[in-house]
Structure formats: structure tokens, C-alpha cells
Design a protein around this ligand. Structure first.
Ligand code: MRU
Length: 388
């Protein structure tokens, strides 16, 4: 059973920020909200400005920004952009429709609704300077996300250290040479690109790397949008973490052959009973991990927990996305140009569910900024009550 770990107390202000470009930033001097356009990664890293709340809606629905925590923070800035330059009376009358449009951009990640609820509550309490209040709230959520991810990364790194030491001890007891690396499998992109900075699953990796644990990451390509191949490989490469890209179906085979020591994934929405909704294919990895006795951890900020839902399978709305994401694929051609090609015969029927639910019984623990807890009702209720 997992125990709640005592909070880290001593990370100095500013120490949580990694030296990489943030996925979203506010440039106060020129009043600009700027994002990395993730649809252009890994071939180009380009920043674009969000000028209006419609730009923020477009950025989320077109997946220029994606990943549960980043979607929430972008929506928060979207509210500011919708109210910017408006007098308080106009801002008050506009705020509900601005929030409604942002809330409708993507259905599965709870961080979107969570962030919008926070801003809505803040606006409801204030009489004037509404745009300023919305900006302040967005900046606070931005800073909180960085801190939460850095903190959960520390807790997760401690767990990886224990798994690494246990691996060394097992090898020594069996008279085998010391192991060369700790092999971690991850799915989709739950990295710095999915948050403001650090990431969730990959925060655990970055913090473990800082402890000099010799890591190697197996990266699921994560069809159909290939966030593993394009985003996770890009950011692991930027940070010098050894990694290998695999097809989505390879994980079970690697587990059967002792090539994976641990799985760490993110979550778009986790329920009170500990059911974990994450990118499609996560469930199959959890099943294979359970069959092979491999720990399966989910790293997530508390903002990704939907305490209002008990059970995941029937209660979480699962996004269905365009057929073209499955029937077509884009990448660099031999001339180095980004191009798109069709994979399936014209007219093929396509189903494209974006997420699945891993039942709590398959989850070894939830790595949060409040510590590592069991994926069960008792631990999640205790966590909920501690932050109420
Ligand atoms: O469709 P995406 O790219 O937004 O999906 C992202 C994921 O599923 C991540 O694993 C999840 O948001 C957790 S990331 C911190």
C-alpha cells in the first residue's frame, strides 16, 4: 500500500522552472500571451501569439496546445483575452459566453473545467477590474502548475530511486552484474509540453535524471496523433534523456522479456474511485504491466482529479476525433518538407476514440504534488478533504 508522503517544504521560489521555453507564457511588458505551436513539432519549434479568446479556443481544439494541465492554463488566459480592453459592464456580460466557448473546446481533460471554474468564481466575487482579475487568476494557475509538476516529479523520482535500488539488490542476490539502466515505459506525451513546464510522467523522469539514476525511456509512438513519437521524443532529446521509440503494440513483448521496470503515464481525468482516463492505449499497457508484475504509476496534479465522479468507465466523456487522424499521417518527406499521406483505402470506416479508462485495480499508485497515494476511494477522499 502507498503512504501519503510528507510535503516537500524547501523548494525556493523560481527553482522549479526548467531552462526550457515554456509552453505558454505571458509577456507583461507587451501584454502578449504566447504559446509553442505543438502541431509544428518536432520539425519546427515555433511560438505564436494568442490575441483573442477565439484564438485560445482554436489553439485548444486544433491541439496547438494539448495535454490536460496545459489545456486548463490556456483556457484561463483565454478568459483574460476575451475580457481584455472591455469596461467592467461589458466584461461582466461577456464572461459567461467566453467561458462557455472555452469549456466546449475539448471534453475529456477535467483541467479545462477546473481552471474555468476557478476564474468564474473569482470573477463572481469582484465588482471591478474584471479583465485584470482574470489575468491575475491565469498567472496564478500558470505558476501553480509549474510548482505542482515540479513537486510531483520529486515524489515520483523518489519512487523510481527505490525501484532502481531494488533492481540492483535483486541482481546482486542472483550473482548478476549490476544493471545498466532503469527502463521506464511512457505513453503519449505527459511531458513539459503537456503542462506549463516539467510535465507529469516526464517530470518524474527529469527529477530522477537529476538524481543521477541511469534512465532509459521506452516511448510509445501513440497513434493516431503520435504525441509519443513527435513530442515525447523531442523533449526527451532536448533534455538528454536516453530513449527509444516503439510502436504502440510493442510494450507487452518488452515486459515479457524483462525490458521494462516500471510504467509512468499521465492522466486527463481521474475519479474518486481511482479510475484513470488517459490517452487511448493506456489501459492495454496497464493490463500487460499487471500480467507481468510491473509497477504502473500515474503522475498527475490534483487539478486532473475529478472528485465529483466516482467511476470512470461510464461517467467520463471520451473525446472522438476526426477520421483523418487515423486514415492519414503526416511527417517529413525525403525532401525535408512536411507532407501528409493517406494510409487506408479511400472511404474506409474509421473509429477514433481519443482516450480510455484504466480501472483503479491496475494502478500501483497516483503520484501527485501532495504525495503518492493509492488509487482508491479512501486515499482520494482523504486527499479531497485535505484540500477542501
Ligand atoms: O490528446 P492529448 O494530446 O491532449 O492527450 C494528452 C494525454 O493524454 C496526456 O497523457 C494527459 O493529458 C496527461 S499530461 C500531463
Amino acid at each position: 500500500m502507498e503512504a501519503m508522503i510528507e510535503s516537500f517544504s524547501g523548494i525556493p521560489a523560481g527553482a522549479n522552472q526548467s531552462p526550457h521555453t515554456l509552453t505558454i507564457r505571458f509577456d507583461a511588458e507587451v501584454d502578449r500571451v504566447v504559446i509553442i505551436d505543438q502541431t509544428r513539432l518536432p520539425h519546427e519549434c515555433v511560438e505564436v501569439e494568442l490575441k483573442t479568446s477565439a484564438d485560445a479556443c482554436h489553439a485548444i481544439s486544433s491541439m496547438q496546445v494539448r495535454g490536460a494541465p496545459l489545456i486548463g492554463v490556456t483556457a484561463a488566459f483565454g478568459v483574460y483575452l476575451g475580457l481584455r480592453g472591455k469596461d467592467d459592464e461589458t466584461a461582466r456580460s461577456l464572461s459567461a459566453s467566453v467561458i462557455e466557448a472555452l469549456a466546449a473546446t475539448r471534453p475529456t481533460a477535467i483541467n479545462l473545467r477546473w481552471a474555468l471554474d476557478k476564474i468564474e468564481t473569482r470573477l463572481a466575487r469582484c465588482e471591478k477590474n474584471l479583465a485584470e482579475i482574470a489575468l491575475q487568476a491565469a498567472l496564478e494557475l500558470h505558476a501553480e502548475d509549474i510548482n505542482a509538476c515540479a513537486m510531483l516529479g520529486e515524489y515520483g523520482a523518489q519512487r523510481l530511486q527505490e525501484i532502481w535500488e531494488a533492481k540492483g539488490e535483486r541482481a546482486a542476490q542472483a550473482g548478476l552484474p549490476a544493471p545498466e539502466s532503469l527502463n521506464v515505459l511512457t505513453h503519449c506525451n505527459a511531458g513539459a509540453l503537456a503542462t506549463v513546464d516539467w510535465g507529469t510522467a516526464l517530470a518524474v523522469i527529469y527529477k530522477a535524471q537529476a538524481r543521477a539514476i541511469p534512465l532509459h525511456v521506452w516511448v510509445d509512438e501513440t497513434r493516431p496523433r503520435n504525441q509519443g513519437a513527435s513530442l515525447t521524443c523531442w523533449e526527451l532529446g532536448q533534455r538528454g534523456v536516453p530513449h527509444t521509440l516503439i510502436v504502440d503494440n510493442a510494450g507487452g513483448h518488452l515486459m515479457q522479456h524483462g525490458l521494462i521496470d516500471c510504467c509512468v503515464v499521465g492522466s486527463d481525468r481521474t475519479t474518486l474511485l481511482g479510475d484513470v482516463c488517459n490517452k487511448i492505449g493506456t489501459y492495454l499497457k496497464a493490463l500487460a504491466a499487471a500480467d507481468n508484475g510491473i509497477p504502473f504509476y500515474v503522475a498527475l496534479p490534483v487539478s486532473s482529479i475529478d472528485f465529483s465522479l466516482r467511476e470512470g468507465l461510464t461517467e467520463i466523456p471520451i473525446e472522438e476525433r476526426a477520421a483523418e487522424e487515423v486514415s492519414h499521417i503526416s511527417g517529413l518527406d525525403d525532401e525535408g518538407r512536411v507532407s501528409r499521406v493517406q494510409l487506408a483505402p479511400t472511404g474506409t470506416a474509421v473509429s477514433n476514440y481519443g482516450f480510455d479508462v484504466t480501472p483503479a485495480r491496475l494502478v500501483s499508485g497516483l503520484i501527485t504534488e501532495r504525495g503518492i497515494i493509492d488509487a482508491d476511494e479512501a486515499a482520494l477522499t482523504k486527499l479531497r478533504d485535505s484540500i477542501a
